[in-house]
Design a protein around this ligand. Structure first.
Ligand code: GLC
Length: 430
């Protein structure tokens, strides 16, 4: 008999399906989000591959001429969310936000393509190749500066780890004195103790207004924007995605694209070293305006294995951090170092466990032969859903759910990764 969690997870995806695209959760996030959709496609693929393809295809319908794939697509106005399309004033074929999110798409497209036995699905996935390549080019044109090599974010929301302590110091330089008065809507749907603070929000909106005032000119934003941080999560995800995109280029016999992507991989590998902070012996984000490392270990730091980087010495140092953190947390992997004073077990990206990050971590660990780590993170993630449900994120000590409920990407992680049937399929494949 199928676990009824399987059924529940499918129901969540169906309920959040708005016709070709899925919202993360009703109320709190009523639009299509970039990396949510892509990761949700993995869940759909377990019972409806065509629907999985549609999820990614609809996201790319909103791609800009220059290659950017926006972080939110506003297909219809929903006054429940702030800042909505009237604030962003961005988008080309349809209203969107003016920034991007972690480019996990090439990795997921590669995965769906390689897993499917259906030639029509394979064709649809390969048809996304030029769009994926255009997005990667966009990153290298605007966001991977020479001498840095890592991927730069120009707004904390681009990282997908909105209020990580990594952004506190760089964002403190953002002038909030001219922010247009606004009313937050998120607090109507979630507990304020689990959400970013008012100061965080003032800065978020100031950065949106900066971009909007340039007419979303990404050259200007990348060179003059008030917040420019080389993000460890974005860099590792882009690097991994570039390797997977190269595999698709190979399948297509596109040797020119393969060479181009190899160049991007080389640059990003150097970028990983730019992010290595000797003083804490770990990968962490780094402000490109001041050159200052954040000095914080986050769940993003452990994506080094997923990206395939790290010398033996660097990996040994990361392993000491893993041992320390995993000894003190009941559930791995907290989004922020539990030994740091800014750790906050319930507040969004300052402590809670996010299963989509865990999924990437587990993949990277098992590919790198770090089997014990992969096992620990998989078992902890499975237990979180079994004991507490399909929450947005979870307290790493108590396991209790934080943020929104009935969350699409958490349901997708159950179907694609955590349910026993998914594990069995992986064992058979390996
Ligand atoms: C929050 C998360 C972000 C996610 C979005 C929708 O902003 O920080 O990663 O994409 O919610 O779920």
């Amino acid at each position: 008999m199928p676990d009824n969690l399987d059924q529940k997870a499918r129901e969540i995806l169906r309920a959040n399906d708005k016709g070709g695209f899925t919202i993360p959760t009703a109320g709190l996030y009523p639009y299509q989000w970039n990396w949510d959709s892509v990761l949700v496609a993995l869940g759909f693929a377990t019972f409806d591959e065509a629907r999985a393809c549609a999820e990614i295809e609809t996201l790319f319908e909103a791609q800009w001429e220059d290659g950017l794939v926006p972080h939110i697509v506003f297909r219809r106005n929903d006054p429940d969310y702030f800042p909505g399309p009237d604030v962003w004033q961005a988008g080309e074929s349809m209203p969107t936000s003016g920034i991007t999110q972690p480019p996990v798409a090439a990795t997921v497209v590669h995965e769906l393509w390689s897993r499917s036995d259906d030639s029509a699905i394979k064709v649809r996935m390969l048809a996304l190749f030029p769009k994926l390549l255009a997005w990667h080019r966009w990153f290298h044109r605007y966001r991977v500066p020479d001498g840095v090599g890592a991927a730069v974010i120009t707004h904390p929301w681009e990282s997908g780890r909105d209020n990580s302590p990594e952004w506190d110091h760089p964002a403190s330089a953002v002038d909030v004195s001219g922010v247009t008065p606004y009313e937050r809507r998120d607090l109507q749907h979630a507990d304020a103790a689990m959400r970013p603070t008012k100061l965080d929000y003032d800065r978020y909106i100031a950065m949106v207004e900066f971009g909007r005032n340039t007419g979303w000119d990404h050259e200007a934003i990348a060179t003059r924007g008030p917040f420019r941080v080389a993000d460890v999560g974005m860099t590792m995800i882009l690097l991994r995605a570039s390797r997977d995109l190269m595999r698709l280029a190979e399948e297509l016999g596109d040797t020119e694209a393969m060479a181009e992507l190899q160049g991007y991989v080389n640059q990003l590998e150097q970028g990983a070293d730019y992010l290595w902070d000797d003083s804490i012996q770990a990968y962490c984000s780094r402000d490109v305006i001041t050159g200052r490392h954040s000095g914080y270990i986050t769940s993003g730091s452990f994506l080094f294995a997923y990206a395939g980087v790290g010398s033996a010495t660097q990996r040994a140092a990361m392993s000491r951090h893993w041992d320390r953190i995993s000894a003190s947390c009941r559930y791995m992997c907290p989004s922020h170092d539990p030994d740091d004073v800014l750790f906050d077990a319930d507040r969004y990206w300052r402590g809670p466990v996010w299963l989509v990050v865990n999924y990437m971590l587990a993949r990277g660990f098992s590919e790198s032969g770090l089997d014990d780590w992969a096992r620990r993170i998989t078992e902890d993630s499975r237990e979180l859903i079994r004991e507490h449900g399909f929450y947005e994120a979870f307290n790493p000590q108590a396991g209790t759910g934080t943020g929104g409920e009935e969350f699409s990407w958490t349901a997708a992680m159950w179907l694609a990764w955590l349910r026993p049937a998914a594990e069995k399929a992986r064992e058979l494949a390996s």
